[in-house]
Design a protein around this ligand. Sequence first.
Ligand code: DGP
Length: 133
Amino acid sequence: MTSTTSPGGDGSTRREAGRLTAPDCLFCRIVAGEVPATVVAENEAALAFRDLDPRAPVHVLVVPRDHHADVVQLAAADPALLAAVVLLGDEVAEQESGGQFRLVFNTGSEAGQSVFHVHGHVIGGTRLGWSPA
Ligand code: DGP
């Protein structure tokens, strides 16, 4: 069943088959299997797949299956889902990076966010320097 309510508080979201989705959202399309991605871990709530443009030996994106534009909107709307995203990131890091990792949520275009479906960058597999700029 499809409804046009916007329980995420974002006028562009829709609930489809029990999931919050947004039209034309790239990561919603990856979650739906419409756009291919290399999935490395998943559960009921979230999906982890390799970044197309890796910046480190381990660079995986963790996303909630539901559409929320950024990490602040996700934290406000569904804190348990944010925790599920973080824990899936930890699972990926345990598999691929000895359990040590950086988790980055770019928030806003000035901060480097280019896809407005919240995603954490799980970065690791090497000793990381600190160079946010
Ligand atoms: P951000 O700039 O923080 O919004 O990160 C978006 C990331 O998404 C960026 O590192 C590249 C990645 N990306 C963009 N398009 C695709 C895609 O189609 N597939 C995959 N796997 N990653 C993508």
